[in-house]
Design a protein. Sequence first.
Length: 252
Amino acid sequence: MIIGFLGVGHLAAALIAGLKRAGVSPQAMLLSPRGRSAELSGRYGIDIAASSKALVARCDIIVLAVRPHDAAQAVAGLPFRAGQVLISVCAGVALAELASGPAKVVRAMPLTAAEINASPTVFFPDDGAARQLLERLGPAFALRSEREFEVATVNAAIYGWAQSLIAQSAEWCATKGTDAATMRQLVAQTFVAAGRLIAEKNDPMEHMLSELVTPGGITELGLSVLDAADQRRAWQCACEAVLDRLTGRSSA
Ligand SMILES: NC(=O)c1ccc[n+]([C@@H]2O[C@H](COP(=O)([O-])OP(=O)(O)OC[C@H]3O[C@@H](n4cnc5c(N)ncnc54)[C@H](OP(=O)(O)O)[C@@H]3O)[C@@H](O)[C@H]2O)c1
């Protein structure tokens, strides 16, 4: 089973690092030329195919990781065959836009946490080979429709917003004279803790939150300040804007 990377940039580098960490051998991977191929080939000992055609001819699974506007052109005219799987990680590029002949096309949305095998990755449609690959990079979630996949893709942006909240909070702590490295770890681990508790318990989220928010306490105080600044509306507007972009309703 050979996994080919068509488009070797930032995301492909994270996926390759995660696969390597999960024990996938360099001989089981192949890179398209361009981008960061030479660097990653040097680092991991992975071969670079002579062309995209040569890549598709040799691989069983092809991960398409070019920028969205390059996706359709990158796969056009390539010698896909039955039994292959093309996994597109290109945000907002519909299945119908990817001409892969008899190969099966799967859309997936891994996060850069794939690098440490911690990416929650949504994919559609379900496929055994795609699932096996994605599960090496973290928990994989097969979705029921392309529409559901598009909505879930907004989560890839939320991941960045969460990192921004961590950075803002840690930086605020540092402005108060605390140790920046300790605060970075503390705030980051607090987000991990918040997420893990929700992921690992089945209690209704409102119930879990109500247990946290002691009347008159500090959590309630902070939430009231955020609500007065209309943070819920701002967050929902951000989600809607991303979904509109992903589904082509906006170029904002
Ligand atoms: N970055 C993320 O965190 C993230 C997360 C989830 C999904 N994604 C998706 O992943 C995709 C890639 O994002 P990225 O951030 O990795 O972009 P990137 O760093 O710009 O990498 C894209 C690479 O594709 C190469 N490329 C373009 N056309 C090609 C072709 N026809 N044949 C071979 N290589 C080609 C580019 O090479 P040149 O430099 O030579 O043009 C570039 O190295 C995007 O569609 C994005 O939506 C990204």
